[in-house]
Design a binder for this molecule. Structure first.
Ligand code: ZN
Ligand code: ZN
Length: 405
C-alpha cells in the first residue's frame, strides 16, 4: 500500500495541468485517498477534491494543497521535466509547467494522509484533506467554498498548509501575523484618438499617454507609501498598436499590486486611479480611462497563538537550526479564504525546496537574488530529497499538535 512519493512526484511534475483543468491530478488524488481508506469527494469547485478521515473525538484539522500549474516552458533540464502544452482561458496554446511547486504540495499532502491514516491509534480527531484547484487565479479556494465545501466536510478548527519556496531543502519557515501579501490586479485602458503616424497633431496618442502613466505610477511607492509600510506596484503588461505608421486608438496596462495592510492597499488603488485619469486629461483625452480590478487575493494572516504552537512542534521535530524566520513575503496565496470562511485560525508556512549547495555558493558570492530560481521561473527545480520527506513530516507534526501526540 505504501505510496512511492518519488514516482508520484515525478509523474505529477511530468503532467502539469493549468488552473481548473486539474482533472488527471484530481483523479490521482482521489484514488490515492481511497487507497488509504479515506473518503474522497471529487468535483468540489470544478476540479477540487476533499478527503475526510474521522478518527474519534477531537478537533477538526484542515490540511490544504493546491494542484494547478502555470503557462511556463520548463527549462530545468530535469529527466522528469514537463513537455506538456495546454489551452489557457483565452484559447491560446501554451506550455505548461509546475513552476510554482504545487506538485510538491500534492505529493506531501498524500504522504501526510498516508502517515495519519497509518497511525490512527496515536491520535484522535478529524482530518480534512483539501486539494484545491486554481490557486494561481486566486479563485480556487473561494470556488470550493461557494460549491458547498463546508456542507460536505466538517468545518475546521484550524487550517494548515505549506508552500515550497526558494530556501534550502530541509528547512521550514513560519512568520506570525500577515505573512503573504494581498494582491490585486488592475487593468487600465487608456483611450486616445487613432490616426496616421505622420500626423500626430490630428490624434491623441495613447502610447505616449501610457508611457507617461507608467513613469508616474512609479511615484506611488516612492512618494505616497510611508517608509515603514510596504507596497509593490508592477506594470507587467503594456499593449498598444499594430504598426509603426499608425497611432492606435487605445493602450492597456496590466498592473499588479502587493500590500499587507488594507489601508495601504486602498491608498495605492486610489492613487493608480487618480494618476491614470490625470495623465489622460494631461494628454487631452476626450474619454476617461477604464479601470478594472480583478484577481484579488486577500492577505494570509497567520494566527499568532497557533503559529507559536506550530513553531514549537517544528523546533522539536526538526531542531531549531532548521526552522527559519522568513519574515513576510510579497508572494500571495488564496489559502486564507478556507480559514476565513470557517472562522478558523490559519498557519501557512514555507517549505525549503532548493539545493542547499546552491545557497551556500550564492550566499558566498552575494548573488542569491540573481542565482536562485524562484517560483514561477522556468528554472524552478525543487530538490526531491529531503523536500518531500520534510514536507510530509511538517504537515503531520503540525496536524498532530492539534490531534494529540
Ligand atoms: Zn504561484
Ligand atoms: Zn504557488
Amino acid at each position: 500500500m505504501a505510496l512511492d512519493l518519488e514516482s508520484l512526484y515525478t509523474d505529477l511534475h511530468r503532467h502539469p495541468e493549468l488552473s481548473y483543468q486539474e482533472h488527471r491530478t484530481a483523479k490521482i488524488v482521489a484514488n490515492g485517498l481511497r487507497s488509504l481508506g479515506i473518503d474522497a469527494i471529487e468535483g468540489i469547485g470544478r476540479t477540487g477534491v476533499a478527503g475526510v478521515l474521522v478518527n474519534g473525538d477531537g478537533p477538526v484539522v484542515l490540511l490544504r494543497a493546491d494542484m494547478d500549474a502555470l503557462p511556463v516552458a520548463e527549462e530545468t533540464g530535469l529527466p522528469y521535466a514537463s513537455a506538456e502544452r495546454g489551452t489557457d482561458g483565452d484559447g491560446h496554446d501554451v506550455p505548461v509547467m509546475h513552476a510554482c511547486g504545487h506538485d510538491v504540495h500534492v505529493t506531501c499532502l498524500l504522504g501526510a494522509a498516508e502517515a495519519l491514516a497509518g497511525s490512527r491509534s496515536e491520535w484522535s480527531g478529524t482530518v480534512v484533506f483539501v486539494f484545491q484547484p486554481a490557486e494561481e487565479f486566486g479563485t480556487g479556494a473561494n470556488e470550493m467554498i461557494a460549491d458547498g465545501l463546508y456542507d460536505r466536510v466538517p468545518k475546521p478548527d484550524i487550517v494548515l498548509g505549506q508552500h515550497v519556496a526558494p530556501a534550502p531543502a530541509g528547512v521550514v519557515g513560519v512568520h506570525a501575523g500577515p505573512a503573504f501579501a494581498a494582491t490585486d490586479d488592475v487593468r487600465i485602458t487608456l483611450h486616445g484618438e487613432g490616426g496616421h503616424g505622420s500626423r500626430p497633431e490630428a490624434t491623441v496618442d495613447p502610447v505616449v499617454m501610457a508611457a507617461a502613466t507608467v513613469m508616474r505610477l512609479q511615484t506611488i511607492v516612492s512618494r505616497e507609501v510611508a517608509g515603514g509600510e510596504t507596497a509593490v506596484v508592477t506594470v507587467g503588461t503594456m499593449r498598444a498598436g499594430t504598426k509603426s505608421t499608425i497611432i492606435p486608438p487605445h493602450a492597456t496596462l496590466g498592473i499588479n499590486i502587493r500590500t499587507y495592510d488594507s489601508d495601504v492597499r486602498d491608498r495605492v488603488i486610489s492613487a493608480i486611479t487618480r494618476i491614470a485619469s490625470a495623465e489622460a486629461a494631461a494628454s487631452g483625452a476626450r474619454r476617461d480611462p477604464d479601470i478594472e480590478t480583478f484577481d484579488s487575493f486577500p492577505v494570509v494572516d497567520n494566527d499568532e497563538a497557533a503559529t507559536e504552537r506550530v513553531l514549537g512542534a517544528f523546533r522539536a521535530a526538526f531542531g531549531s537550526e532548521r526552522v527559519i524566520a522568513p519574515g513576510p513575503v510579497t508572494g500571495s496565496e488564496d489559502v486564507g479564504a478556507l480559514a476565513t470562511a470557517a472562522g478558523a485560525p490559519i498557519v501557512y508556512w514555507l517549505l525549503g525546496g532548493l539545493d542547499p549547495q546552491l545557497f551556500t555558493k550564492a550566499l558566498a558570492n552575494g548573488t542569491t537574488d540573481a542565482e536562485i530560481p524562484s517560483n514561477h521561473s522556468p528554472f524552478f527545480a525543487p530538490l526531491m530529497h529531503p523536500t518531500l520527506e520534510v514536507g510530509v513530516q511538517a504537515l503531520v507534526v503540525a496536524a498532530r499538535e492539534w490531534l494529540g501526540a
